[in-house]
Design a protein around this ligand. Sequence first.
Ligand code: C5P
Length: 227
Amino acid sequence: MKKITIAIDGFSSTGKSTVAKQIANHLGYVYVDSGAMYRAVTYYAMQQGFIDVNHFDIEGLVANLKTIDIRFKFNNKFGFAEVYLNDMNIENDIRTLEVSSFVSKVAEISEVRQKLVEQQKQLGKDGGVVMDGRDIGTVVFTDAELKLFMTASAETRAERRYSELIERGDAVTYEAVLKNVQERDYIDSHRKDSPLTKAKDAIQIDNSNMTLQEQFDKILELVNVTL
Ligand code: C5P
């Protein structure tokens, strides 16, 4: 059967990655979490002291981009690929609210985007890929056979993210998570390079009132029509 490319874009915490993983597993496709790549660069920038609450050395980070090696390795136990930075598993380290608070600033840098978009294109060059992010349908895979644009209210998204962080044992408040979601929405959709926007040929899905199962069924139906 023909293998297509599925591009899923949308605002923060719309549940893109959950459904993208489910669809990829169901179809036997590769799932790529492009947000994890921006988070990996951000984590690197924090570790190297290029970014903290008081300063952001963009030039320093850009000058060191070549030394950043990001890879995905499939974890059989969890059934999805985890992200590695220079051979170190950083899957858990990149999901903190601290990384979330800096990532949109890092994702505004064109040199960072160039590097990651090139790698994302390589990862999807043979098709059979589900990739989620902010610019997958508009920049990375403009020819994707199926493009989805996920939305949900900021409050619904913040509640979901808050529950995830609490479950991990992170000490966060709902208000701080909501603020972060709103800030990222703003920066992601107003930046100069590849702002978050719905591709003209993307199908919009508002999942505020959908269960995971309903969302999965709806997307699978769209996949079947496309195949
Ligand atoms: O998807 P996730 O919320 O993990 O993405 C983290 C951040 O990475 C986003 O808020 C956005 O700033 C950036 N991003 C991006 N382009 C992508 C994926 C993520 O700019 N394709």
